[in-house]
Structures are given as structure tokens and as C-alpha cells.
Design a binder for this molecule. Structure first.
Ligand SMILES: CC(C)(COP(=O)(O)OP(=O)(O)OC[C@H]1O[C@@H](n2cnc3c(N)ncnc32)[C@H](O)[C@@H]1OP(=O)(O)O)[C@@H](O)C(=O)NCCC(=O)NCCS
Length: 211
């Protein structure tokens, strides 16, 4: 497969949202816990494309221009939160306007996320955060490492002092990749957030890298 990386742009939203949704449950579809793909894309992708994103947000495409995966991140927490608040307002309007599939189920999951909020590291030391996701067919080929390395280089070039991310003990490939790239575990916490769909508690991990 021939793959090219390029910066993420706002018109990538539908394709990025599709990858985020298709991979949003430990690499499988988020449909089991979040019924509306467009709202998912709005909350989990839109902020990085509309003012909240930092340096090094990239997509990976195949030779036909099909999006295979991405690395998205923010380096200024305040700007990211402002963009997320805007996305939440747009999502609320869409829900009220009847454009969201099963809005109560989506809202219930968002409340659950708040209730089971995972640990975070200091924003002074690690102001940036990132998300890295590939479609199943693009995994295990070194693309995750290529995207992550390019992103970290962009953060270093922008003199961002550190980056943190959240994952779980279930994300075995991701953990291996992050550790290989120098990330260390900063916090861990047992959680029942995914219990209804996973059938067991899992461990949420916060990883960090000083740049
Ligand atoms: C995590 C992910 C981005 C890794 O990207 P990738 O292209 O598949 O990984 P790479 O081919 O670059 O390999 C990176 C490392 O992970 C290891 N790895 C890859 N797939 C693995 C698997 N299924 N199990 C264990 N290790 C695995 C590789 O061996 C390599 O380690 P090494 O250098 O020690 O050999 C990708 O698998 C993915 O999108 N997974 C689903 C979504 C996800 O978990 N995202 C992260 C959320 S925090």
C-alpha cells in the first residue's frame, strides 16, 4: 500500500469522523455506545480542525485518496477547550433540531464520560495531548509509528514542552508504540466506564512525554 501524509484540513471532517467512529471502541466501532456518528465527529474531531488543534495534525491517505488514519492533537489547552465548547453548543443545537440519532443515548454516554473521568497529568508540564487512530487494514505496517514520530517532531519544532495522552490497558499495540517512542505512565486508574460493553473493568492510563 502506498501511503502519503498531509496536514489535516477542515474539509477532512467527514472522513476523519468516519475513522474516529470506526475505531472509537478499543479499535472497533463506537456504535455500541454512541449511536450518532456525526455528533461523535463533531465532539471528537471538529475542535482540532476549528481553532483547537496544535502543530502536526496529519492524515494518512492511500493512493486513491482514501483516509486511512490520523494523528490529531492540541498544544494549547485553553484554545482546545474553547473549540470543544463551540462543538458542544453546535451538538446541542443539532440535538434540539432533531438531527441527532438517539440523542438521549448520546447524552447518557457523555454524562458517563464525566462521571468516570480519567486521570490527567499537569498541563504546565504536558500542555499538549494527542489522538492516533488507524483503520484496521492500515494497522501493523509501521504507519502508526510514522504518524506519531511526525507529530512529535512538529511539537518539538514548536517548542511545546510535553505531551500527554489517555489510553487503556486494552490498547496493547498503542501502549507498545507509545513506550517505544519514550512515553511513560504518569497515572493509572481502574474504571467501570467501558464495563457495559467490555464485560469487565479496565485500567485507564495517562502517558506523558517531555519533549
Ligand atoms: C495503535 C495504532 C495507532 C498503532 O499503529 P500501527 O501502525 O498498527 O503500529 P506500528 O505498525 O507502527 O507498530 C508500532 C509498534 O506496535 C507493535 N504492534 C503493532 N500491532 C500490534 C499488536 N496488534 N499487538 C501488539 N503489538 C503491536 C509493533 O510491533 C510495533 O512495536 P515494535 O516497534 O516494538 O515492533 C493502531 O494499531 C491503531 O489505530 N489501533 C486502534 C486504535 C487505537 O488503539 N488507537 C490508540 C488509542 S490511544
Amino acid at each position: 500500500m502506498s501511503v502519503c501524509l498531509r496536514p489535516a484540513v477542515p474539509s477532512d471532517l467527514p472522513a476523519l469522523g468516519r475513522v474516529a467512529y470506526t475505531t472509537g471502541f478499543f479499535g472497533d466501532s463506537a456504535a455500541c455506545y454512541f449511536p450518532d456518528q456525526r455528533l461523535f465527529a463533531l465532539l471528537w474531531v471538529w475542535p482540532y480542525l476549528h481553532g483547537g488543534g496544535g502543530p502536526g495534525c496529519r492524515v494518512a491517505e492511500d493512493e486513491r485518496g482514501q483516509l486511512l488514519g490520523y494523528v490529531l492533537g492540541a498544544s494549547q489547552p485553553g484554545r482546545y477547550r474553547a473549540a470543544l465548547a463551540q462543538a458542544a453548543a453546535l451538538g446541542l443545537l443539532a440535538s434540539v433540531g432533531g438531527e441527532v440519532r438517539r440523542p438521549l443515548a448520546c447524552g447518557g454516554h457523555l454524562l458517563r464520560l464525566g462521571h468516570f473521568a480519567g486521570p490527567h497529568a499537569s498541563e504546565e508540564v504536558y500542555p499538549a495531548h494527542l489522538h492516533l487512530n488507524l483503520l484496521p487494514a492500515a494497522r501493523g505496517l509501521g504507519l502508526g509509528r510514522t504518524l506519531l514520530t511526525a507529530h512529535l517532531e512538529a511539537l518539538r519544532a514548536a517548542e511545546v514542552p510535553g505531551v500527554q495522552l489517555s489510553t487503556t490497558a486494552e490498547n496493547v499495540a498503542a501502549l507498545r508504540l507509545y513506550r517505544r517512542c519514550g512515553f511513560e505512565v504518569l497515572a493509572r486508574q481502574q474504571t467501570d466506564l467501558w464495563q457495559p460493553w467490555l464485560g469487565r473493568p479496565t485500567e485507564q492510563l495517562t502517558l506523558g512525554l517531555r519533549l
